[in-house]
Unconditional design. Structure first.
Length: 406
């Protein structure tokens, strides 16, 4: 076969009729000065090659540019009708085995899915996920939590699936956001009056009290104490962050005292009123109530609802009577036991903890008090109500599911 189709002329120095034989790139070419020999002239002796279709030429050119293999695999699989079994998918691969290009439907029976991976029956996938959703103690396993490798080993030992890889198990767990190796502490409601008390608080967040809509002269206050805020003096000054390195804070510190932050949040307006004290108790809480109720618009309000927990500073047995004697328009509304997450002031305390108190580096309690009060003023300048989405209907649905699980 000729290497290329270009005509080659080699002039002779001694004679115009001389013919020379040369070897050019491993191909013997007979060249005459008076006659040009081309690829087409020789191919005409052996017949013409069947022309290729336009799609074949385009496919070859495209695959050659990207380094893909354009022909079918050497090992052809048995062809089966579409109604006998589902068609699979294949992914074209280049010479080094890397997957490239988009998946393409195969005309042959395969065990690969649209993503180029093996297909497992849904029953096997559900059995593997069931292992991750069970406590290890139920299977007499010596672990408190399961990792993805543990789930894979248990599935292999129980012969739930055949020839499954660890990466496949991880992909199945990630598809449903199953992370059995993680946990969080939780307090389940155990009080008999949990639902009615929680329902009353959630109705106040929606502007409803005992089935009636609150007027513009009624306000809802969420109050609590953040106790034992320490002033920690670091033994070394912090180092600012650098490219590729976070800020460094010294681990060792000296105690500079502690304060308690008593704060009240106006649920409708988002304003915060609070102060810091060295102690907590009934008297510091009454001081917070006095600071709120003696300023407008709460002094002339028709009703001011105080949402508080069951702490010693405002016990449900004595706080409502004391609050009514101090201010007749003040109404105490207590949360259920172990339900501080329903108190909106905890959202403000969370912001304070992340933005002001972490990392904790204060020389003394005076600097700590000044920083907290400055942040309170900054918050009130751009304050707005929190977007509370946990409504009474969601509470009833969640509590019903909780009872069924128990």
């Amino acid at each position: 076969m000729w290497y290329n189709s270009r005509t080659v002329r080699l002039p002779s120095k001694t004679s115009t009729q001389a013919t020379r034989t040369v070897i050019l790139e491993g191909v013997q070419a007979c060249v005459d000065e008076s006659r040009s020999i081309s690829r087409r002239s020789l191919r005409s002796r052996f017949g013409k090659r069947r022309p290729q279709s336009v799609n074949t030429v385009r496919r070859k050119t495209k695959c050659a540019e990207r380094g893909w293999r354009w022909n079918w695999p050497r090992t052809q699989r048995r062809r089966v009708p579409k109604w006998v079994c589902g068609w699979g998918f294949i992914r074209r691969r280049c010479a080094n085995g890397e997957s490239v290009g988009r998946p393409k439907a195969s005309r042959w029976k395969t065990s690969l899915g649209p993503d180029g991976r093996n297909i497992f029956p849904p029953q096997q996938v559900a059995q593997v996920k069931a292992i991750a959703c069970e406590l290890p103690a139920r299977r007499a396993l010596p672990w408190s939590r399961l990792s993805a490798a543990d789930v894979w080993r248990v599935a292999q030992s129980e012969a739930r699936v055949n020839r499954i890889s660890l990466s496949t198990v991880r992909r199945w767990l990630a598809a449903d956001a199953l992370r059995p190796w993680r946990y969080r502490l939780w307090i389940f409601p155990r009080g008999p009056d949990f639902e009615p008390k929680a329902r009353a608080v959630l109705d106040l967040y929606q502007g409803i009290w005992q089935g009636e809509r609150l007027g513009s002269d009624c306000y809802v206050i969420s109050a609590d104490e953040k106790t034992s805020i320490q002033a920690r003096r670091r033994c070394h000054a912090p180092e600012v962050c650098q490219p590729g390195r976070p800020m460094r804070v010294e681990h060792e510190y000296e105690r500079g005292g502690a304060l308690a932050y008593l704060a009240a949040l106006d649920v409708r307006r988002g304003k915060v009123i609070g102060y810091l004290s060295e102690h907590t108790g009934v008297d510091p809480f009454h001081e917070l109530v006095r600071r709120v109720m003696e300023q407008e618009p709460y002094a002339r309000a028709r009703r001011v609802f105080w949402i508080v927990d069951n702490g010693p500073s405002h016990r449900p047995t004595t706080c409502p009577q004391r609050l009514a004697r101090m201010y007749p328009n003040a109404v105490a509304v207590h949360l259920p036991i172990h339900a501080s997450w329903l108190n909106q002031i905890e959202l403000y305390f969370s912001i304070l903890q992340r933005k002001v108190l972490t990392p904790n580096d204060f020389p003394d309690v005076q600097a700590l008090e000044e920083r907290i009060l400055r942040f309170q003023e900054y918050h009130n300048r751009q304050a707005g109500p929190f977007r509370w989405t946990f409504t009474r209907e969601k509470l009833e649905s969640w509590y019903c599911r909780l009872k069924q699980a128990a």
